[in-house]
Every structure is written in structure tokens, then in C-alpha cells.
Design a binder for this molecule. Structure first.
Ligand SMILES: [Zn+2]
Length: 178
């Protein structure tokens, strides 16, 4: 039996006797094998590094922002954001160095449990405008509404990808202009 195959190492087509043959020659087979072993060793080393970092963090009580990010599995930018928004406490110990205590991470997690927003139960949709309604009533573009409501923190809710804006706040905003 003869089958046309592409060599997995050099990429050249060749004729194989078995469907399980992946290389055109012994040389390519040996190169391919070495390559696979190298990749596997690298993967293993990366995994070991990761485990090492993780176990080191598990025994630490103070973290840099980068370490806190690693510990929580989030980006460093996200840690900065949490600190800036006063959700996570950090101590600046020098101009270039801030640290976060493990206790403060735990405190943040404890005091800010995830609460599912119960939209359907306690929401009166007639208290809200759609963007179309605002646009029609006040003759403004939807782009303007998007920018204005963001800038002024107009309460809004999102249901099935549509935004609804608080009537009270929108009416109050336009009352100023009239
Ligand atoms: Zn080959």
C-alpha cells in the first residue's frame, strides 16, 4: 500500500507505506522527535515555574501589585483599578513601591460578595426611557445620549442588549436646558 503524505518535519510530499508514517526520512523523523521532546521539556518547565510562583504566593502575606494580580488571576491594571476605586486597600511604601496585604484581599472578597441583580422582580420598566424615546422626545442623537449618560452617570439598566435610562434623571437633565 502506498499513500501520499506531507512530511511533518520538512513539509515535502512523500509516498508512505503506512498511513501512520509522518516523516519522509529517518533524518526528519529524528529531528521531529527531538523537536517534540524539546517542546515537552519547555512546557514542563513552564508548568513547574507556575507551580513554584503559586506556592510562593500561597505563603506570602504581602504582595506587590504584580503578585496580587498573579494570585487573583487578573491583570495588574485590574489591581490598580480596584485600588483606585477604593475597593482594595494598598499601602504606598515609597514612590515606586506599593504593597497589598493578604488580609486586605480577603477583606475585599468578604465584604463584596457577588449579588445577582434582580432585574425582573423589582423593576418598573415604565420608569425608564429607551434611547429612541429620549431621542424623539428631546431631539438629540443616540450618540449624544450614549456620551451624556456615561459622562453624567445617569442610571441605566441593560436588558437583552438594550439600554434603558432613568426617566427621572433624563427629565431632570433636560429641565436644566429649558
Ligand atoms: Zn522530511
Amino acid at each position: 500500500m502506498e499513500v501520499k503524505r506531507i512530511c511533518q518535519w520538512c513539509g515535502k510530499p512523500f509516498t508512505a507505506k503506512k498511513t501512520t508514517t509522518n516523516y519522509c526520512s529517518h533524518q526528519c523523523a529524528s529531528q521531529g522527535y527531538k523537536h517534540r521532546m524539546r517542546e515537552r521539556r519547555l512546557e514542563l518547565r513552564e508548568l513547574q515555574d507556575l507551580i513554584e510562583v503559586k506556592s510562593k504566593l500561597d505563603h506570602q502575606d504581602y504582595f506587590t501589585f504584580a503578585q496580587a494580580a498573579q494570585l487573583m488571576g487578573v491583570s495588574r491594571q485590574y489591581i490598580y483599578k480596584l485600588v483606585k476605586e477604593d475597593k482594595l486597600r494598598a499601602s504606598r511604601i515609597s514612590a515606586r513601591m506599593s504593597i497589598i496585604r493578604r488580609a486586605d484581599i480577603e477583606l475585599m472578597l468578604k465584604t463584596r460578595p457577588y449579588e445577582r441583580r434582580r432585574v425582573k422582580d423589582d423593576l418598573d420598566i415604565t420608569e425608564y426611557y429607551t434611547a429612541e424615546q429620549i431621542s424623539e422626545k428631546y431631539k438629540v442623537s443616540q450618540k449624544w445620549i450614549w456620551a451624556y449618560t456615561r459622562e453624567n452617570n445617569i442610571p441605566k439598566i441593560r436588558i437583552h442588549q438594550f439600554n434603558y435610562y432613568s426617566k427621572k434623571h433624563i427629565d431632570a437633565a433636560f429641565a436644566k436646558y429649558e
